[in-house]
Design a protein around this ligand. Sequence first.
Ligand code: PHE
Length: 350
Amino acid sequence: MNELRRDLENLQAQAIAQIQSSADATQLEQTRVQFLGRKGRLTTILRQLPTLAAEDRPTIGALANQVKEAIEERVVARRAAFESVPGDEILAKDQIDVTLPGRRPGLGRLHPITQIIRRICGVFVEMGFAVMEGPEVEWDYYNFEALNIPEEHPARDMWDTFWIDPATSQAGKPMLLRTHTSPMQIRIMEQTRPPVRVIVPGKCYRYEAVDASHESQFDQVEGLAVDEQITFADLKGTLHTFARRLFGKDRKVRFRCDYFPFVEPGVDMSIDCFLCKGGGCRLCKETGWLEILGAGMVHPGVLARVGYDPARYSGFAFGLGPARVAMLKYGIEDIRFFHGNDLRFLRQFP
Ligand code: PHE
């Protein structure tokens, strides 16, 4: 009897060890059959039961049952472990620690040029100007002709132009990418009667070699005011106010003669260098002045062309480049930073 007891105990120990070390469900099943199957090792031991004394049989029979149950239990547990492994891995991978601080979502921001355009427009809106926009693909007529720049006129050389394929333009009406926002002067005057006070931001294009201060696509902000009795003093007062609002209240401005075919007289405006206060430095190239825009009194020929009586109405116009304004204001040395998509640059303008 003691021999059988030992056999059963050994069998249990061996079975459990083998179950635990089985590598997969197939191996596990083989082990189960080996120990508990119809011709398995447990059955072999139980066959010896009749050789025992009658009073010993219940004890050994009960032990055999316990051994069988113990082994079956382990088999079931091990099988469950095999089946649940992939799920457990997924769960382990998907675990989140709800006590960790949250991740900050990446907030976007306005491009520095957009910010400057909005500030520029804001200053003029406060002075009673309305913001308007117009097409970037433009007729030759609005970009040149109506602005006193006829075909073959040498002034066209001031604006290196991207022309639209004549095949897609209408016959005899050449199209181009506007080289400045000034064509909007004409479009607006054609559609409204004085008083006119508009500010027009927008993209412009020039067939130009790209360098530290020129890009072939850039922004301009155009301004136009037409009414009775508008004089050069209005131009100066308006633009001086603008310069002080954007560059500081102590700003001085300087006007010098310049040539644009659609204004008479034409000027360029500079502000005294806010870095050196006019003394001369690297920013102002030792001149003490920073040129920031072109302007002038609307040419009588332009007024007449849109049906405004030049004897009754007069006006001023100006055009400026927000990129240049931003470069001066923030000391940016290369215009190509603006569209280089480098976050280290862009993040400096929150
Ligand atoms: N359109 C001119 C340019 O691009 C600037 C300008 C606008 C000058 C309005 C005078 C008046 O160079």
